[in-house]
Write a protein that binds this ligand. Structure first.
Ligand SMILES: C[S@@+](CC[C@H](N)C(=O)[O-])C[C@H]1O[C@@H](n2cnc3c(N)ncnc32)[C@H](O)[C@@H]1O
Length: 229
C-alpha cells in the first residue's frame, strides 16, 4: 500500500512491537502497513466514531489483516488496558485533543510505551504539556506534504529540562529531518513575521501577541544561525 509522506513517516517510526494501538485510526492505514511489513504482531485500531472503524475494518479485510487486528470504539485511550500496547500512535488530531487523550488515558501508558504523536496544530503547546506531565520528547521529525509541514514526535515517559529550543523546535530535528529543516524554519519565520506585522499595523496592537511571536521568531532565527555554521 502506498501511503502519503506524513503517514509513511509515522509508520516508518514504529519499531518492531508486540501490540500497536492507533488512536483515531480512521482508515486504519498505519496499523495496516505495520501488520503487513511485520513491525507489529498485533494491532488495535481505535476510534471514537463507528464509521471510521468500519472503514478500517474494510481495509483490514481487503488486505487479509483481520486475524491479527482488533477494532475498538473508544474515546481516546479509555478502552486500552494498562500496558496492553507497547506502541501508541495518535496522529492527525489537534494538539489540545492529543493532550486531553494523554491526560485522560495515562493508565494505558507504561514506562516502556513509545508514543508517536502527530499534531495538526499547536505542536509547541503539546510539547509544553508533555514536559509538564512527566514525558520526554526523545526525537522529533518534520515532513512536508502538499505544501504543509507536519511535526511528528517520538515520546516516552521520563523527566527532561524544557528549553525554548525543545518547546518550539523539538528534539534532534536538525539531525532527523536535515533535508527539510531549512525550508521548515524559513516557513516558521515567515509565519511569525506576518503575525507580528499584522498586529503591529493594527490600530490597537496586541502587545502580548507581538512579544510572544517575537520570542518565537528569535528561537527560529537562532536555530537557523546554528545550522548555517
Ligand atoms: C483526521 S482523522 C486522522 C486519521 C489518522 N490518524 C491520520 O493521521 O490520518 C481523526 C480521527 O480521529 C477520530 N477521533 C477524534 N477524536 C477522537 C477521540 N477522542 N478518540 C478517538 N478517536 C478520535 C476521528 O473520528 C477521526 O477518525
Amino acid at each position: 500500500m502506498q501511503l502519503s509522506p506524513r503517514l509513511s513517516k509515522i509508520a516508518s517510526l514504529v519499531p518492531k512491537c508486540r501490540v500497536l494501538a492507533d488512536v483515531g485510526t480512521d482508515h486504519g492505514y498505519i496499523p495496516l502497513v505495520c501488520l503487513q511489513n511485520g513491525t507489529a504482531k498485533h494491532a488495535i485500531a481505535m476510534d471514537i466514531n463507528p464509521m471510521p472503524l468500519k472503514r478500517a475494518e474494510e481495509n483490514f479485510i481487503k488486505h487479509g489483516c483481520m486475524p491479527r487486528s482488533e477494532l475498538r470504539l473508544s474515546d481516546g485511550l479509555s478502552k486500552l488496558q494498562d500496558g496492553e500496547a507497547d506502541v501508541i500512535v495518535i496522529a492527525g488530531m489537534g494538539g489540545p485533543l492529543i493532550c486531553d487523550i494523554i491526560k485522560n488515558g495515562a493508565h494505558a501508558i507504561g514506562d516502556d510505551t513509545l508514543l508517536l504523536l502527530q499534531p495538526m496544530i499547536a505542536p509547541s503547546e503539546l510539547r509544553s504539556f508533555l514536559f509538564a506531565n512527566g514525558y520526554r520528547v526523545c526525537d522529533e521529525y518534520v515532513v512536508r506534504e502538499d505544501n504543509k509541514y507536519y511535526n511528528i514526535m517520538a515520546v516516552r515517559k521520563g523527566e527532561a529540562q524544557p528549553t525554548d529550543e525543545l518547546i518550539y523546535i523539538g528534539a534532534n530535528l536538525g539531525i532527523n529531518s536535515a533535508d527539510t529543516i531549512g525550508d521548515y524554519l524559513d516557513y516558521k519565520t515567515r509565519v511569525c513575521k506576518a503575525i507580528i506585522e499584522g498586529h503591529s499595523r493594527s490600530a490597537c496592537p496586541d502587545n502580548e501577541a507581538i512579544a510572544k511571536y517575537s520570542h518565537e521568531l528569535s528561537i527560529y532565527e537562532a536555530y537557523q544561525k546554528e545550522l548555517a555554521k
